[in-house]
Write a protein that binds this ligand. Structure first.
Ligand code: ZN
Length: 159
């Protein structure tokens, strides 16, 4: 069976940056399950995996546009500390910020007085992504999975 829209796909992957540093990997963990065509994974990776079958490997380099998008300086903002957390906020802390587009994750990049500088860009925005992928399994998604827009892994908790 080949990967196509509405297939439940399981992959092992390693993600590296331009320098070859491993940013993320499923090695030593459960493989990643996703629903093809539902934007569970970045668009360029979906495109690279379409048509592949279990056992195949894919090596692909994605531009930022095909990955997590370009960095946008407008996504870097100063916010009062009391608005983001009641806990101690330090540089590198991930916080949840309420914006006009709803709750978004942000990274604290500076703390000065009662204000923090937060970056709403995805940590991997603006980066070229080098993926090494092994397709573990491909099956038809269930009607319930299609309704939910994600797959249900055996023994996994519902997200
Ligand atoms: Zn579900």
């Amino acid at each position: 069976m080949q990967i196509a829209d509405q297939k439940a796909v399981t992959i092992h992957y390693t993600l590296k940056d331009d320098e070859g540093t491993v940013l993320d990997s499923s090695k030593g963990r459960e493989p990643l399950g996703y629903l093809q065509g539902a934007e569970n994974i970045v668009p360029g990776l979906e495109k690279a995996l379409a048509g592949k079958a279990a056992g195949e490997t894919v090596q692909v380099t994605l531009t930022p546009e095909e990955g997590y998008g370009l960095r946008d300086d407008k996504n870097v903002r100063n916010v009062p500390l009391r608005k983001i957390s009641d806990k101690k906020v330090t540089v590198g802390t991930q916080v949840q910020l309420r914006t006009s587009e709803g709750a978004q994750m942000a990274t604290v990049t500076a703390v000065r007085g009662d204000y923090a500088t937060v970056d709403l860009n995805h940590p991997l925005a603006g980066m070229r992504l080098h993926f090494d992928v092994e397709v573990v399994a491909v099956r038809d998604a269930t009607p319930e999975e299609l309704t939910h827009g994600h797959i249900h892994q055996p023994g996994g908790h519902h997200g």
